[in-house]
Design a protein. Structure first.
Lengths: 111, 116
């Protein structure tokens, strides 16, 4: 069965901390995505990657960076966490034009 | 850039009522369209998808959607909802990124509450 695993379900971090959110998929998918989900705003794309070491900015990349050193792993980095980055973060993967599969999400609170 | 509009933010229905959720997208070229559902406390999962062919597509749990190219629409329907359909529903469309690869763009979602 298809699986996208996010390392944490809940995280609480302090303002200014560097935060790493990890995502692993076991389907050998080319594409991986990071979204944030906020009430009333739906899912907004932060970054996506279509191959190892390849990435493209999404709609809201400011304050974030990503890393994809291995095909199965896609990391989202908050260089200096701020309170407006408190949100639910969703990782997804897909192959070609097929549908995306999502992880359970990480609820990040920045205090 | 592609945008996806879901006009109903909150919908409340009684069991057995019929459901139609609107979705419009902006890009006029070839598109792949999706509906995802998020049940309370669960991850997003695919309800149905349209790539080509018959514009009326059927998905899981009795849902269907109709692609109308002239209206840039992909509305979701279910003839008779159940309490277990209470969830948030997201419409999504593939968009070509700057590097020529596809990325998924989502609408803002519709929260459906079905009362028993």
């Amino acid at each position: 069965d298809v699986k996208v695993t996010q390392s944490s379900r809940y995280l609480v971090k302090r303002t200014g901390e560097k935060v790493f959110l990890e995502c692993v998929q076991d389907m050998d998918h080319e594409n991986m995505f990071w979204y944030r989900q906020d009430p009333g705003l739906g899912l907004r794309l932060i970054y996506f990657s279509y191959d190892v070491k390849m990435k493209e900015k999404g709609d809201i990349p400011e304050g974030y960076s990503v890393s994809r050193e291995k095909k199965e792993r896609f990391s989202l980095i908050l260089e200096s966490a701020s309170t407006n980055q408190t949100s639910m973060y969703l990782c997804a993967s897909s192959q070609g034009l097929a549908e995306a599969f999502f992880g359970q999400g990480t609820r990040l609170t920045v205090v | 850039a592609q945008s996806v509009s879901q006009h109903n933010h909150h919908v409340i229905l009684s069991e057995a009522a019929s459901l139609e959720l609107g979705c419009n997208y902006s890009y006029g070229g070839t598109v792949n369209l999706f509906w995802y559902v998020q049940y309370p406390g669960q991850h997003l999962q695919l309800l149905l998808k349209y790539f080509s062919g018959d514009p009326l597509v059927k998905g899981i749990k009795g849902f269907e959607a109709e692609f109308i190219k002239s209206k840039f629409s992909f509305n979701l329907r279910k003839p008779s909802v159940q309490w277990s359909d209470t969830a948030e529903y997201f419409c999504a469309v593939n968009e070509l990124g700057n590097t020529g690869f596809q990325k998924l763009v989502f609408g803002t979602g519709t929260r459906l509450l079905v009362s028993p």
